[in-house]
Design a binder for this molecule. Structure first.
Ligand SMILES: [Zn+2]
Ligand SMILES: [Zn+2]
Length: 143
């Protein structure tokens, strides 16, 4: 009598453990699905990037016209190259036009006809460029 009761309870425990592991598996699948969806969202966001000059959303292939002045400086320890960059605008706002006024994200003034944003591009091998706008021809003196 006692042994059959023991077998029953052991069986019960095994069933409970099975159910728990099934629930855990289900959760894992859901988490993976959620992660996958988040990744897809991120990809979609990467396709649409705002122009730093006029704020227009840019599709893949639409590039911002920038002029690089290389070897302006180098962060030796981090192996990051700092490049002086002049940003003129995207296909919407460059050449200068009235439909898409070019504004500086630092001083929020409208750029003059041949004005540009003054930026630093940080370039590291195997990484995407990091562009930091420091001002424009209106608010930043150009050397
Ligand atoms: Zn633009
Ligand atoms: Zn400015």
């Amino acid at each position: 009598m006692l042994s059959s009761y023991l077998v029953m309870s052991v069986l019960g425990i095994i069933i409970i453990l099975l159910i728990i592991s099934l629930i855990k598996l289900g959760k894992g699948d859901f988490q993976q699905l959620a992660l996958k969806m988040a990744g897809e969202d991120r990809n979609r966001l990467e396709v649409l990037k705002p122009c730093p000059v006029c704020g227009s959303m840019l599709k893949k292939g639409q590039t911002v016209h920038s002029v690089y002045y290389r070897n302006a400086g180098r962060h030796e320890n981090l192996k990051v190259e700092e490049i002086f960059t002049h940003i003129y605008g995207c296909p919407h706002c460059w050449p200068d036009n009235s439909q898409h006024p070019r504004t500086c994200p630092v001083c929020s003034k409208t750029l003059s006809k041949d004005g540009y944003l003054v930026a630093r591009t940080y370039r590291k091998a195997g990484r995407k460029d990091h562009v930091h706008v420091v001002g424009c021809t209106e608010c930043k003196r150009v050397r």
